[in-house]
Design a protein around this ligand. Structure first.
Ligand code: XIL
Length: 371
């Protein structure tokens, strides 16, 4: 009799502790079986000054990326003068918290100082710009050797219609700037992974152009490991079948697919709004900021359904995807409160303004458990 009751007790304890372990598990414990899962960190957070954010990171994430401090402007504000202090703090943070680090980003036309493209009063020559790309990429990749798993080498080089963006890089060097940057990064650290990253990757013309670029780089013997789909999405855009087709196409080009800057914009936007070009900006109007006191139940429901459909896509494609990275920890951290219209109240992330986990997080975990 005694033996039986002891056995029952042991069994009960086992069931209870495994179900409480289930209740405690974070996104990384379950989604992490298939891909890295993480967030960007702002400077305050990567300096370890946002304890509540750190608790979320510890529980849910196994990879992070700098929201701003590893971009060309912050790292090389003046030619040849590098400032690695903030980014080094981030590296220390990743080591302390056992996180992988993605480097974002080496070559991008935004958040880059003007000196990059100028020579005195005039534009830089082909030779000068080539040299500057090489020097910046070499210095930065060398500095973070062994500390970064992979780099967004080039960010946003292709337009929605598949043409190359007329950025100063393109205007001076044509598409060659892409290969120059990838080669320099590989030479500086042969072990680091190299990615191309862009937004609106669901658009067929853009998808095809990115695939062409990946294939061309590979044919020319240039290393490229992954394609990042930024995924600044809304409640109704993109259409998920287009989005999935892009995941399939990139995977078919033989690269890893990464969801790199995921957030869901719930606010109404001007008709002309689209994509994620950071120079888009519209004047504030009350009608574009309807939810300052919280989301109405129907929008909340729509938002939760959208999160679940997105993660259903990631579940279906879990063998092609190597990383899912959110663009911020909690709603008030998101750049979408300030872009493309300043001063709004948006709800784009998985944690609310009090750092509370939204109910959808448990549902995402259950989805990946196959429940
Ligand atoms: C954004 C940051 O979130 C903002 O803080 C900053 O003011 C502008 O850049 N695509 C990218 C990211 O690749 O680097 C951008 O991040 C968002 C769009």
């Amino acid at each position: 009799m005694y033996r039986w009751s002891r056995l029952i007790l042991i069994l009960l304890c086992g069931i209870l502790s495994s179900s409480s372990a289930e209740a405690r598990s974070g996104l990384k414990d379950v989604l992490g079986r298939y891909f890295l899962i993480g967030s960007c960190l702002n400077h305050h957070q990567s300096a370890g000054r946002d304890e509540r954010a750190t608790r979320i990171v510890d529980r849910h994430f196994n990879v992070v990326v700098a929201e701003n401090i590893m971009k060309p402007g912050p790292l090389e504000p003046r030619e040849g003068e590098f400032d690695f202090r903030a980014a080094d703090e981030l590296v220390a943070y990743t080591r302390q918290h056992g996180l992988a680090l993605t480097g974002h980003c080496l070559i991008w036309h935004s958040q880059i100082p003007d000196w990059f493209f100028r020579d005195g009063e005039g534009p830089a020559s082909r030779e000068l710009l080539t040299e500057r790309i090489r020097r910046h990429v070499t210095a930065v990749v060398t500095h973070f050797k062994g500390k970064v798993k992979g780099w967004d080498v080039v960010n946003e080089a292709i337009e929605w219609d598949g043409s190359y963006r007329r950025s100063p890089f393109y205007n001076i060097l044509g598409e060659d700037f892409i290969e120059i940057a990838f080669r320099a990064a590989h030479e500086a650290d042969p072990d680091v992974e190299l990615y191309y990253n862009d937004y609106s990757m669901d658009i067929p013309a853009k998808r095809q152009a990115v695939c062409r670029m990946v294939r061309r780089l590979k044919e020319r013997g240039v290393r490229i490991d992954g394609v990042g789909m930024q995924s600044h999405v809304g409640l109704v855009y993109p259409r998920l079948n287009d989005y999935e087709a892009s995941i399939d196409s990139f995977a078919a080009c033989g690269v890893k697919v990464m969801i790199t800057e995921l957030d869901v914009n719930v606010l109404p936007n001007p008709d002309q709004f689209g994509g994620a070009a950071i120079d888009q900006s519209y004047e504030y109007r009350q009608k574009w900021n309807p939810y300052t006191e919280g989301l109405p139940a129907d929008v909340e429901k729509q938002l939760e359904e959208r999160w679940l459909s997105l993660f259903e896509v990631y579940y279906r494609h879990r063998h092609q995807i190597s990383r899912v990275n959110l663009w911020g920890i909690a709603d008030h951290h998101s750049w979408l409160n300030g872009w493309p219209i300043p001063g709004r109240t948006n709800y784009p992330l998985l944690f609310d303004r009090e750092y509370r986990e939204k109910p959808v997080v448990k549902k995402i975990i259950a989805l990946f458990r196959g429940q």
